[in-house]
Design a protein around this ligand. Structure first.
Ligand SMILES: [Zn+2]
Length: 242
């Protein structure tokens, strides 16, 4: 009987392992898609910031063009001043020149403000470039490994299941069936330990009689509440409970 109990314990350890692989089967693809998503997001951020910068440069060029036009206009008017005959025309032309000079200084303030914007945009842009480099480096470093892990999980599970089944066939068929049902319906946990007089699976307090039976190891003890198989830890037990 004791060897059956030890076999059940070993089977549960293997099922714990399978359970951990199943968690990884859920988790690793998520990690993989996060890594890719980070690159996609960083690329989108960089593109948006590039076009923001380009937009500012476009405004700058347009305003600089206006300044050139106004300066040419002022030069033309300046040349005309010498040929002016009447005081009235002279005044009109002068006020036109003054108006254009005002315009130019207005645009120059706008250009100064745009220089600030451009420098801010450049800082932001540099940050996004760095973020993209980091995201790509992260992808480069982890993607291959993650894919390999994901690919190997199914085989790991199969191998572990085969080990478990090899143990299972040494047990009576009804016990194998019961074990299988518990694994299936009780959170992958069929075999639990007596935890200070309570079921390690559901916490149900064990009757005195059951505690004695657990110590004797002459029969299989099932929890009266959750139905799981309960074991007293073997004195030489090096198995880890998780
Ligand atoms: Zn229980």
């Amino acid at each position: 009987m004791e060897s059956q109990l030890r076999t059940l314990e070993q089977m549960q350890l293997l099922d714990n392992k399978i359970g951990r692989y199943r968690v990884l089967q859920q988790e690793l693809p998520k990690q993989l898609s996060e890594i890719n998503e980070q690159v996609v997001q960083a690329t989108a951020n960089l593109l948006a910031s590039e076009s923001e910068k380009a937009e500012i440069n476009k405004k700058q060029r347009a305003l600089e063009g206006e300044v050139d036009t106004f300066k040419n206009q002022i030069n033309k008017y300046g040349a005309q001043l010498s040929e002016i005959k009447t005081n009235k025309e002279y005044k009109a032309l002068n006020s036109e020149i003054a108006y254009l000079k005002d315009k130019i200084s207005e645009i120059e303030s706008q250009l100064l403000a745009l220089m600030d914007e451009e420098s801010e945009a450049k800082t932001k842009n540099d940050g996004f470039k760095k973020a993209l480099q980091d995201a790509e480096a992260n992808k480069h470093a982890k993607e291959g490994d993650l894919k390999a892990q994901i690919d190997s999980l199914e085989k790991e599970i199969e191998d572990t299941r085969a080990q478990r089944n090899k143990l299972a066939i040494t047990l009576p068929t009804p016990l194998i069936k019961r074990y299988g049902n518990l694994i299936k319906h009780k959170d992958n946990l069929a075999v639990v330990y007596n935890r200070d007089g309570s079921c390690g699976g559901c916490g149900f307090v064990l009757r005195q009689q059951m505690r004695i039976e657990l110590q004797l190891r002459e029969k299989i003890v099932y929890c009266e509440n959750c139905g799981r198989i309960i074991l007293d830890r073997f004195p030489d037990d090096s198995a880890e409970e998780d």
